[in-house]
Design a binder for this molecule. Sequence first.
Ligand SMILES: Cc1cc2nc3c(=O)[nH]c(=O)nc-3n(C[C@H](O)[C@H](O)[C@H](O)COP(=O)(O)OP(=O)(O)OC[C@H]3O[C@@H](n4cnc5c(N)ncnc54)[C@H](O)[C@@H]3O)c2cc1C
Length: 272
Amino acid sequence: MSPNGHLLPVPYRVVDRRLEAPGTVTLDLEPVRKALPLFEPGQFAMVHSFGRGEIPVSVSDIGTSGRLSHTIRSVGAVSDGLCEAESGQVLGLRGPFGTGWQLPKARGHDLVIVAGGIGLAPLSPLIRAAVAEPETYGHVSVLIGTRTPADLIAKQEIPRWPTAYTGVTVDRGDDDWHGEMGLVTHLLDRASFEPDRTTAFVCGPEPMIRATARDLVERGVPAGRVRVSLERNMRCATGHCGHCQLGGLLLCRDGPVVRWDQAEPLLSIREL
Ligand SMILES: Cc1cc2nc3c(=O)[nH]c(=O)nc-3n(C[C@H](O)[C@H](O)[C@H](O)COP(=O)(O)OP(=O)(O)OC[C@H]3O[C@@H](n4cnc5c(N)ncnc54)[C@H](O)[C@@H]3O)c2cc1C
């Protein structure tokens, strides 16, 4: 990888901006000159809003000719700046960073893909890749939990995924909601999978990750076959600054996607 893509931001232009949900925006980006190396589903970029700063953001779509999408929730100074970016604005990107979901290792398996809130964004390229190869993978089940129906992202795309099962559950419904309510783990009963030949992919808030991974393991999915994406504050993204350390792992380099048998002992230590 070129040292530039790793250490210096490479200019990308915003070519489209869509409001996904209140406070959550998807930006489609194209390289102004040379593209960064191809991203894998689950990897992330350090996205630079000039004058504000830089934050880690996963890729939510990987297009041709270096086109990339990021789905960003506005929670603070830099993510606010990125969510306000208009078409034509130039941002800086470094990457690709991190381990990714490593979908090809799940060849021949049923796939259980579980998203909490904006956790669906890093899982979306994985889902697209899996359903594009129906002969390579077994049943694909996608389980999505969000706070409210309005918070759901990818609303147009979800019904078009040709999966064995796709379910959405919300914490709080509204007058128009006639679907499931409650924890996303409740949807595991609807998913179609043989535990001993299943690979699971889980992304969302940490309590949701713990509950989902534990439930999957109780149902017989081997812990080494449950992959979770862990988020910590990151600065350099190159394994040098130590901001994202979790036990012996530097999550920018050894994660964000790690196996549950690696993650569980670390997450069970308070305030690690
Ligand atoms: C590998 C990785 C991938 C990510 N992918 C996405 C994504 O696809 N879309 C998206 O919207 N966000 C993503 N995030 C989270 C995003 O990086 C944070 O929301 C962002 O850093 C907040 O920065 P800020 O300046 O906007 O707000 P700040 O003012 O810095 O923080 C606002 C709040 O967010 C918390 N926070 C800050 N950084 C993180 C972090 N890295 N993880 C969790 N909480 C944090 C802070 O503690 C604070 O409570 C990802 C984080 C990581 C580590």
